[in-house]
Design a protein around this ligand. Structure first.
Ligand SMILES: [Zn+2]
Length: 111
């Protein structure tokens, strides 16, 4: 599938000047932008922030903890409470300790 997309992209890029002069170019761009938006929402190229379901904030007790992936390679993840009155931040190393303890606890319960 990727080869087909690459071939089609290359074919279109080689004809960009001709395409820009066609009477249907506005309709083509609108449709292409819509498809791109749909596909980027369905298959994002970068990780997005995601809610940490099943975890509660240790400060406010809310269930709105969010995990933000690193903004660049090598940067830490961020875990933040989405409650604007709280905004508690959990350092990455502390978050790993919490999840390890939870896995150990769950393992002992299921054994
Ligand atoms: Zn909180």
């Amino acid at each position: 599938m990727s080869d087909v997309v690459d071939d089609l992209t290359r074919w279109l890029l080689q004809r960009l000047d001709w395409i820009a002069e066609q009477p249907w170019v506005d309709e083509f761009l609108t449709e292409a932008a819509g498809l791109r938006g749909t596909n980027m929402a369905r298959w994002p190229l970068v990780d997005r922030a995601r809610p940490l379901r099943g975890h509660t904030c240790i400060r406010c007790g809310g269930t709105g903890l969010m995990l933000y992936p690193p903004s660049s390679p090598g940067w830490p993840i961020a875990i933040l409470c989405s409650n604007v009155q709280c905004g508690h931040s959990i350092p990455e190393d502390e978050w790993h300790q919490i999840t390890e303890r939870l896995e150990q606890y769950r393992g002992k319960r299921s054994a």
